[in-house]
Design a protein around this ligand. Structure first.
Ligand code: H79
Length: 440
């Protein structure tokens, strides 16, 4: 009789210990699912994506940080959705433009740091359906169209929130904007954010993944990452988690991304120099100088500059995610369209040396980079005007070398001390002279 109590206590303790063990091992060792591993490979093969920053901030034409930069009060910023009526938004045209640019995926802001959901969330009413005259869900239209045209759609999601009262204690970007000095951060994550993520992973068909941003606002807070990441992987095992937290990758993350930088360079000053040798890599950058629509920004990169960025990313074993900020009326400005289509035209000739490749055997250098696929090594000559190019040794035996365009044979000598290529003359303003090495 008096055995009952100790026995039940023993059972409870054992069960508790078992649960704790399972929990801690789940945290320590994240085992990506087979679907997830396959999606990572596909992501690396895809190489080139379109980043889209679009929100109610676009109305002001002053970038996506305008709320913070102008230190606006929330009740003033809350007028903006009334003016957001993108009657020219055409999901079909957006997806077709990305495809014409040779891009294989789109990553769009489901919400930025202003917390305004550009989708039909039921969690609160700070969203496009409830607050704007437009009243529709552009992400749903885009997801359906992406599915139809065979291109993947990823959702950018800001963990940082300048609007939600429970984003408290506040972080590095805090200012006095009219919120109460109180709030429940755990509830912000578990009840609010994870509910919105559940919507994004449930209502839009198969999505490419979630691109997180803003954790750097509170780097020392407990973001309950294991819980959020497990939720995403459970709902869609193939969805990739891409965190832009500027730190060493953590368990549960599937891609390492670098903002305005090639992997490991940290020219931006806030990126990590650590580069994962296990995860796919991605570098994001802007087509002019801005993420969200900025009416005064005319620093458009030329198609040749974008092509070089893409080639250097590929040579660094990374993808390029190239950003545009559409207009508040839903149009994509002509300056972006022209440049994207030109890059797409270039890719129709040079794509074989980029899609499906991995970083080549030689370290990226100022003269150029190498990519590889199967028994081919692509030598991308970006900055070299002399007739001979001397490269470090390549382990594999080179059986032939030819120009990608035209197929003319290229003289090559290979020895233990390196490889020397006799380059064809540079013609015109060719961005990238590619020499294809056949190896075995
Ligand atoms: O969405 C786009 C930008 O709005 C967002 N990320 C891209 C993709 C972005 N937010 N901030 N930044 C980019 C620049 C980063 C600034 C930081 Fe800091 C410097 C983060 C940490 C140090 C400023 C100071 C913000 C926090 C502390």
């Amino acid at each position: 009789m008096n055995l009952r109590k100790p026995l039940s206590t023993l059972v409870a303790v054992t069960v508790f210990a078992l649960i704790a063990a399972v929990n801690s091992s789940a945290q320590a060792a994240y085992q990506p699912s087979p679907e997830n591993l396959k999606a990572r490979q596909q992501f690396q093969d895809d190489k080139f994506g379109l980043f889209i920053h679009w929100g109610v901030y676009s109305v002001l034409g002053d970038g996506e940080w305008v709320l913070h930069n102008r230190k606006l009060k929330l009740h003033d910023y809350e007028r903006l959705p009334n003016f957001f009526d993108p009657e020219k938004f055409d999901a079909k045209a957006w997806v077709a433009l990305a495809k014409a640019a040779g891009m294989k995926y789109i990553t769009i802001t489901s919400r930025h740091h202003d917390g305004f959901a550009m989708f039909d969330t039921k969690v609160n009413d700070w969203n496009i359906v409830k607050r704007t005259p437009y009243g529709k869900d552009p992400l749903k239209l885009l997801a359906d169209e992406a599915q139809k045209q065979g291109i993947k759609l990823f959702f950018y999601y800001s963990q940082l929130d300048w609007h939600h009262p429970d984003y408290y204690p506040r972080g590095a970007t805090a200012w006095e904007n009219g919120r109460p000095d109180s709030g429940n951060f755990n509830s912000y994550i578990d009840d609010f954010m994870n509910s919105q993520l559940r919507e994004l992973l449930t209502n839009y068909g198969p999505i490419g993944g979630i691109w997180f941003d803003g954790m750097w606002d509170k780097p020392n807070a407990d973001w309950h990452l294991e819980k959020t990441y497990a939720l995403i992987h459970r709902l869609q095992p193939a969805a990739l988690i891409i965190p832009n937290h500027h730190q060493t990758p953590k368990p549960g993350e599937d891609v390492q991304t670098f903002e305005r930088d090639l992997p490991g360079r940290n020219t931006a000053g806030f990126n990590t120099t650590y580069v994962s040798d296990a995860l796919p890599l991605e570098s994001c950058n802007t087509l002019n100088g801005s993420w969200g629509f900025d009416i005064g920004d005319t620093k458009y990169k030329s198609p040749e500059e974008v092509e070089e960025m893409l080639v250097r990313a590929a040579g660094n074993n990374a993808n390029l995610l190239l950003n545009i900020g559409p207009l508040p009326n839903g149009e994509i400005q002509e300056e972006f369209q022209v440049r994207l289509r030109a890059v797409g035209e270039w890719l129709s000739r040079y794509g074989d040396t980029i899609y499906g490749t991995r970083g080549g055997p030689l370290a990226p250098a100022d003269w150029g980079v190498t990519t590889q696929k199967g028994n081919k090594i692509y030598v991308h000559v970006l900055k070299w005007n002399a007739p001979l190019l001397a490269l470090p040794p390549i382990t594999k035996t080179i059986s032939g070398a030819q120009e990608l365009v035209g197929g003319t044979k290229v003289d090559v000598t290979q020895s233990a001390s390196g490889v020397v290529l006799k380059l064809p003359l540079a013609t015109g303003n060719e961005t990238d002279r590619v020499i294809v090495l056949s190896v075995n």
